[in-house]
Design a protein around this ligand. Structure first.
Ligand SMILES: Nc1nc2c(ncn2[C@@H]2O[C@H](COP(=O)(O)OP(=O)(O)OP(=O)(O)O)[C@@H](O)[C@H]2O)c(=O)[nH]1
Ligand SMILES: [Mg+2]
Length: 450
């Protein structure tokens, strides 16, 4: 699914995620690569332009370029833009409560997957505890009624059919009467598809719509037709009015143009995707999950999550103020140690310090020291960490016991902390005009002890 797009995005991101400092040029290049990938995926040109412009503008803003982790912030930005392109929070069906009958009208071009999707939807609703009835209102294609009956039997959902009927509205009325009599709560109407949008088709759909006043009008479109699917949806929406779209054959869609263009082109939500030929192969559409898939799941998505966890700018600024005033406490130090641990690669952060890149390597820092410090700090009480001056001999030996170290070590750590604080004050002042420096100080200054 969406393989090509995923591959292209991953390539771009691998490049940019590995950079500790990114320039406007890097962003231009990355966005250009994304633009090409989207166009190759057959995404509507207008949609691509809008996406690209919005991304570039924000990516060049403070939040990305000046952040501690510009690569990750950039990826997160693209991820968020992609989610909103795909429809934001996602939208489910809007049906009435179980005591009132809800009606769903399925429409679309020939072969798009209406009949299959009607059955899939019925199965899904049945599993959710509803009582669906299928109505065979495709009276044009020979064997259409039979096809629906076979599917209905397979999923154990009844199908209303009138053999020899000519008027789909009459069949709908028959289905409605049966639904009321037998207390079905959801009526799903399968309709005729044609090779292209034509007047007789629209007329028939309009008549069905007027009669049934459906709660949901779902356009079924074949995702493999790329942005044409979005154009078709647009036309149907203008002529009949839709409440949502079902994209079928998502399992074979290696490009993604339909899914990505749909919301912007039609203004209608993509509600479900068909992911195979079996009745179970049907999923609600979750923009965030699909964005994750497009961005290459595993590595990239975890990067995005990391970026979300990392200290934000405001926090970093607060820390800087603390450092300037020598208000930096052992508690802050512990937090720093922990957030360094969370970030994972120390080297990457070291490389972010202006003038520091390549000067210190991860090997120069004793990782055992790191663990040691964390153990000691964790054994202190909050009060002690807030004010290290209260840590006298009795407290020292208690902390030593708790952390498996010695009282002398506690003494050394506190000395080191005091020295560090003085250093930090100087550096914080020095680095005041360097945004990168400011944040690095906030992010990690404490942990490294310089
Ligand atoms: N792989 C895959 N095949 C699908 C999916 N949905 C439908 N199909 C297949 O697409 C073909 C057409 O599906 P139908 O449900 O008959 O399409 P239709 O819109 O009802 O077609 P007409 O009634 O002729 O207009 C069938 O062979 C389905 O098995 C899907 O999500 N994935
Ligand atoms: Mg059909």
């Amino acid at each position: 699914m969406l393989d090509k797009l995923t591959q292209k995005f991953s390539e771009t991101f691998r490049f940019i995620a590995g950079k500790s400092v990114i320039t406007e040029k890097n962003i231009d290049d990355a966005v250009e690569a994304i633009k090409m990938a989207l166009l190759e995926a057959d995404v509507n040109l207008r949609v691509v332009r809008r996406f690209v412009n919005a991304t570039i503008e924000e990516a060049k803003g403070e939040r990305v370029l000046r952040s501690v982790d510009p690569g990750q912030q950039f990826i997160k930005l693209v991820h968020d833009k992609l989610v909103s392109l795909l429809g934001g929070d996602g939208e489910g069906l809007k049906l009435k409560g179980p005591d009132t009958l809800s009606t769903i009208l399925m429409l679309g071009l020939q072969g798009s997957g209406k009949t299959t999707s009607s059955a899939k939807l019925a199965l899904r609703l049945k599993k959710e505890g509803r009582k669906p009835l299928l109505a065979a209102c495709d009276l044009v294609r020979p064997a259409a009624v039979e096809q629906l009956s076979v599917l209905g039997a397979q999923i154990d959902v009844p199908v209303y059919r009138e053999d020899g009927a000519k008027d789909p509205v009459a069949v709908y009325k028959g289905a409605l009467a049966l639904a009321k009599k037998n207390l079905y709560d959801t009526l799903i109407i399968d309709t005729t598809g044609r090779l292209q949008i034509d007047e007789p088709m629209m007329e028939e759909l309009q008549r069905l719509k007027d009669a049934a006043k459906p709660d949901e009008l779902l356009l079924v479109a074949d995702s493999m037709t790329g942005q044409a699917a979005a154009d078709i949806a647009k036309t149907f929406n203008e002529k009949i009015g839709l409440t949502g779209v079902v994209l079928t054959k998502f399992d074979s869609d290696t490009r993604g143009g339909a899914a990505l263009s749909l919301k912007t082109v039609t203004g209608r939500a993509l509600k479900f995707v068909g992911t195979g030929e079996k009745p179970e192969d049907f999923e609600p559409f979750h923009p965030d999950r699909i964005a994750g898939r497009i961005l290459g799941m595993g590595d990239v998505v975890s990067l995005v999550e990391k970026a979300q966890e990392v200290i934000d700018q405001k926090e970093a600024l607060e820390l800087q103020k603390k450092m300037e005033k020598e208000n930096f406490t052992l508690e802050d130090w512990l937090n720093q140690l922990r957030s360094v641990k969370k970030m994972g690669s120390l080297q990457k952060m070291l490389d972010m310090i202006p003038g520091m890149a390549g000067q210190i390597s991860e090997d120069d820092i004793n990782k055992e020291d790191f663990k040691h410090q964390e153990a000691i700090l964790s054994s202190m009480t909050r009060k002690e960490r807030a004010n290290h001056l209260i840590i006298g001999p009795a407290r020292r030996s208690r902390i030593a016991k708790g952390s498996g170290t010695s009282a002398a070590e506690i003494g050394r750590l506190i000395k080191k902390f005091e020295k560090m604080r003085t250093m930090m004050k100087k550096m914080a002042k020095m680095g005041k005009n360097s945004a990168g420096m400011q944040q690095m100080m906030g992010q990690m200054g404490g942990g490294l002890g310089f």
